[in-house]
Design a protein around this ligand. Structure first.
Ligand code: KG4
Ligand code: ZN
Length: 364
């Protein structure tokens, strides 16, 4: 069964075709990041317009690369929420029109559930294209796992999922691809948001995660002793706004002139901040693993691209199997939507024209 997925919840327009829930045939991603960079954050109106501009051509290109026609697609899947409502609407209305005109099932998918499903996808490298709007192509990161490497599922249910993105920091007990129990969430900023805000403080541009990650590699993570918020809160919630304020205080004390002159100092700040985030994320995930007797952890979402986060489980979570999707599947993509949609196949329904985008669609 081949499902065409559409993802437009934030600033990536993506269209994918996934076979039987696992095998990525094509996964096109057009990142708008350069479009929003000059504004220091995602501008919702610009995002919606860019989705409208990109989406029809991307659907055509995806079908072309898969060597398929629309009529050969078995169902249409789309991200219903959460996300920016204007951006979501572009995907939802397009998916509705396609499904209705083709007489095919329409499957709405929750975006966070999609992220949690990303570790289950396989496909040969080169089956995706990353187009960065208004700029040159970027590094795709490590390639996709090969399809023949994926006969065994990478994780056994139930496992603990840690969703870390620009909008979410959530610890989840994942009982099946479609059943979740939320254990804890951020009470203020998301982890990715904290990276973005700290990068802004340090005048490093947007989005901040990748720049902080890169600079941190040259820095000394022990130079500044930043707080580890909520480590002893006794629950599975997170808070990152105090950490951001702690960085702001140090920036204020040092002064911008000194920071602009001394890149080593900025690198130390990045490394120290990043280590605080990574330590809190992994130690809290460790507490959830202990509490629920799980030995497997999946870390997903944009922040899961972070190099320090990807290597630190060896120190912070010895004995735990930690699975990260390849970076191209950590950030927003339609393959995770088309893949997860397959698990709803028993409840497939013909296009429901009442389907609406929902900015705050809950996971559980
Ligand atoms: O999952 P995603 O693409 O979009 C949302 O659904 O939010 O995540 C984007 C977030 C941004 O905040 C970005 O700064 C962060 O992921 N991010 C990173 C890295 N790459 C992206 N954060 C830390 N280190 C990275 N290497
Ligand atoms: Zn996302």
């Amino acid at each position: 069964m081949r499902i065409l997925g559409i993802e437009t919840s934030c600033d990536e327009t993506s269209v994918a075709i996934v076979e039987d829930g696992r095998q990525i045939l094509v996964n096109h991603i057009a990142s708008q990041v350069r479009l929003h960079a000059r504004f220091g954050g995602v501008v919702p109106e610009l995002a919606s317009r860019a989705h409208m501009r990109q989406l029809p051509a991307m659907i055509e290109a995806t079908l072309g690369d898969a060597g398929m026609t629309l009529h050969e697609v078995d169902a249409i899947a789309v991200t219903q929420g959460p996300g920016l409502v204007g951006a979501l609407l572009v995907g939802v209305e397009t998916a509705k029109s396609l499904a209705f005109s083709l007489g095919k099932p329409l499957i709405p998918v929750q975006h966070i559930a999609g992220h949690l499903y990303a570790p289950f996808l396989v496909g040969d490298s080169g089956t995706y294209r990353l187009i960065v709007l208004e700029a040159e192509d970027e590094d795709h990161g490590p390639s996709m796992p090969k399809s023949d490497a994926g006969e065994e599922p990478p994780l056994t249910f139930p496992f603990i999922g840690l969703v870390v993105s620009g909008g979410h920091t959530t610890l989840v007990r994942v009982a099946s691809p479609t059943r979740f129990e939320i254990l804890g969430e951020t009470v203020d900023d998301a982890a990715g948001e904290a990276f973005d805000k700290v990068a802004k403080l340090l005048e490093l541009g947007f989005p901040g995660g990748p720049v902080v990650d890169k600079l941190a590699r040259e820095g000394d993570a022990k130079r500044f002793d930043f707080p580890r918020p909520m480590l002893r809160s006794g629950d599975f919630d997170f808070s990152f706004s105090g950490l951001k304020t702690a960085v702001a205080q140090v920036v204020h004390e040092l002064g911008f002139d000194r920071l602009r002159e001394d890149r080593g100092l900025v690198a130390d700040l990045c490394a120290s901040f990043q280590e605080a985030v990574v330590e809190v994320l992994l130690k809290k995930a460790g507490m959830a693993l202990n509490a629920f007797g799980c030995r497997e952890l999946a870390i997903v979402g944009g922040v899961a691209c972070n190099r320090r986060l990807r290597e630190a489980p060896r120190e912070y979570l010895p004995g735990i199997r930690v699975v990260f999707p390849p970076p191209i599947l950590c950030t927003d993509n339609a393959a995770m939507i088309a893949g997860l949609a397959w698990h709803y196949r028993d409840a497939f329904a013909k296009a429901d024209l009442a389907l609406n985008a929902q900015a705050d669609l809950p996971l559980a």
